[in-house]
Design a protein around this ligand. Structure first.
Ligand code: NAD
Ligand code: DAU
Length: 336
């Protein structure tokens, strides 16, 4: 099995490559990554050089993407498309890279898969569905209408629409998945959970947007990637699969849990994110029933404990970028 994994030097993609190499002894992976600020070469450390290549290129470049996809000729070969600009706060400050990577990048990947008749799995987000009220009994399902709020989620929604159109119009053999908030090792320190962990480890005060009432539906990155592998194996082309682990928690709850686990006192409430989505919640029943996939890391406290340990033990992975990330936040963030 040969896979081209776009965005494979980022958080979820790199963890996916580690899982594939560990669980599929016959697999070879080519990581296609433009190595933006969000990528980290060290995330691919420890992988066998004869089974993993890193090609530094923009997936929106039709020549390099077409060449790599054209090398996939076996019946189980596929492209797994993780590459994207992924951080909402950045999309509010500078939207263009989101349009480029998420929409033009997905277009180029689709055209390459169409030309070479290669199977594609497109990795997307629950944010395409917009947000829910705190007391809404309904969760997102594959039938929920798209209603994205931010430049990030709007470009992911646009990418999903391109994939659906290429399936219907050109018969591209693509599946889609929309997953909730991931946590785990190798996540960039700009994101909520690693930001607070690394802030405490460097002697600072954690930062909660607004009151912290916003709810996210947390899933461990390994559970997300296990679902992606199940879709590659047993998913039906043209279908959308929702991935979530019934892990709804308010940001305030998660903050308090992190402080407790790290034996830390006190955090600051800071200016809220403009247009901040209130709540996400995934109904993954269809994915569970049809693919037999089940999340394994359902104890958030234990998952966070292991994640904290990972950041404690891997300071060289995140320390070089921590100061720059905090300086960027400091330009707009005010303590309330
Ligand atoms: P990330 O920002 O950690 O990594 C993204 C990777 O894509 C980086 O390595 C970056 O260099 C690469 N990249 C960006 N633009 C590129 C381009 N034009 N060409 C090639 N490579 C490019 O993101 P992540 O959190 O790992 O998210 C991966 C995917 O999963 C994204 O598509 C995201 O929308 C989706 N997703 C993320 C979450 C989450 O909670 N993080 C949840 C659901 C879905
Ligand atoms: O739902 C899936 C999405 O989850 C993915 O598509 C995105 O790529 C991923 O970044 C994530 O988006 P969020 O915006 O939910 O994640 P983030 O880690 O940025 O923030 C999580 C919540 O925590 C959100 O409500 C904002 C809040 N927050 C964030 C930061 C960075 C804080 O309260 N303080 C912070 O310092």
């Amino acid at each position: 099995m040969r896979l081209v994994v776009t965005g494979g030097a980022g958080f979820i993609g790199a963890n996916f490559v580690h899982t594939v190499i560990r669980e599929h002894p016959d697999a070879h992976v080519t990581v296609l990554d433009s190595m933006t600020y969000a990528a980290n070469r060290a995330s691919l450390d420890g992988l066998p050089a004869d089974r993993v290549d890193l090609v530094e290129a923009d997936c929106a470049n039709p020549e390099s993407t077409g060449r790599l996809v054209g090398e996939l000729t076996g019946p189980r070969d596929a492209v797994v498309h993780f590459a994207a600009e992924s951080h909402n706060d950045n999309s509010l400050a500078t939207p263009w890279p989101f349009v480029h990577s998420n929409i033009i990048g997905t277009y180029a990947v689709l055209e390459a898969c169409r030309r070479h008749d290669v199977r594609l799995h497109h990795v997307s987000t629950d944010e395409v569905y917009g947000d829910l009220q705190l007391d809404d009994p309904a969760k997102f399902t594959p039938a929920t209408a798209y209603n994205p709020s931010s430049p990030y989620s709007a470009t992911k929604a646009g990418a999903d629409m391109l994939v659906r159109a290429w399936v219907r119009s050109f018969g591209v053999r693509a599946t889609l998945s929309n997953c909730s908030n991931n946590y785990g090792p190798r996540q960039h320190v700009e994101k909520f959970i690693p930001r607070q962990i690394t802030t405490i480890l460097t002697g600072g005060r954690p930062r909660l947007y607004g009151s912290g009432a916003n709810v996210r539906d947390w899933i461990h990155v390994d559970d997300h990637n296990a679902a992606v592998l199940a879709i590659l194996d047993r998913g039906e082309p043209g279908r959308t699969y929702l991935i979530g682990a019934d892990g709804e928690r308010s940001n305030l709850d998660v903050m308090q849990l992190l402080c407790e686990l790290m034996d830390h006192d006190g955090f600051d409430h800071v200016t809220d994110r403009p247009g901040h989505d209130l709540r996400y919640a995934i109904d993954a029943t269809a994915t569970r029933d049809e693919l037999g996939w089940r999340p394994q890391h359902t104890d958030l406290r234990e998952g966070l404990r292991q994640t904290i340990d990972w950041y404690r033990e891997n300071r060289a992975w995140w320390e070089p970028v921590k100061e720059r990330v905090e300086a960027q936040y400091a330009r707009t963030e005010r303590v309330l």
